[in-house]
Design a protein around this ligand. Structure first.
Ligand code: PRP
Length: 207
């Protein structure tokens, strides 16, 4: 069995913060981490292999065991309900999920529609509110939907609030706070418990 620990990392905006956190925890990550298009980066000295994936896919790699551990947003974990353990709140990439839309508009009473990248979260939220809505799944630029009449509301991530503001949208309800989490494949955790516990310990000291 390989004693290399494979870690799935989310590309994009969480990536830089995650790399910074790992460096703070003492992991020596080469300059490739700052400017590269490589999707697999081996750091032999640390016994680590990094897989750079789409944020939405991190938990999929970890669930299937092709990555032992990963860094995933709580938004993704809520949406996908993957069979992984969540061991640590890394407290990076703070943002929240919210319901937003055009100002001073009511939901369509006959056929309310909600556009989102998070259909499960959105559906559960509106069900809890006792509202039956049609969910329209989009893959990005969710803020477009109410602007062009595709939906009454959106459920999306708000970070700085700039995207809402610059598109003339307002927040109606805050659903849940989101940060990045350290997740683990259950089988890997049994086999590589010492390595994984060491990583959790080093990370927990710097979060
Ligand atoms: C996310 C999110 C919002 C935006 C929020 O999109 O879906 O659109 O960031 O950030 P802000 O509050 O700081 O403006 P992302 O940039 O990840 O791209 P996407 O449209 O492909 O989802």
């Amino acid at each position: 069995m390989s004693n290399i620990l494979t870690i799935a990392m989310p590309k994009g905006r969480i990536f830089e913060e995650a790399v910074e956190l790992l460096r703070k925890a003492g992991y020596k990550l080469p300059p490739e981490f700052d400017d590269s298009r490589k999707l697999i980066i081996d750091v032999a000295e640390e016994g680590l292999r990094f897989i750079l994936s789409k944020p939405m896919d991190v938990a999929t790699y970890v669930e299937h065991g092709v990555a032992d551990v990963g860094i995933a947003g709580k938004d993704v974990l809520l949406e996908e309900e993957r069979d992984v353990y969540e061991l640590l709140d890394l407290k990076i990439s703070h943002c929240y999920l919210a319901v937003a839309g055009l100002p001073d508009t009511k939901m369509n009473e006959v056929a309310p529609r909600v556009a989102t990248k998070y259909p499960n979260v959105a559906e559960a939220y509106f069900r809890e509110q006792g509202e039956q809505v049609e969910i329209i799944k989009l893959n990005g630029s969710i803020e477009l939907a109410p602007l062009i009449g595709l939906s009454d509301r959106i459920v999306d991530i708000v970070s700085t609030g700039r995207t809402l503001k610059e598109n003339g949208l307002i927040e109606y309800e805050r659903i849940i706070d989101v940060t990045s989490r350290f997740i683990v494949n259950p089988v890997s955790y049994r086999i590589k418990d010492l390595q994984i516990d060491e990583m959790v310990e080093r990370l927990s000291k710097v979060v």
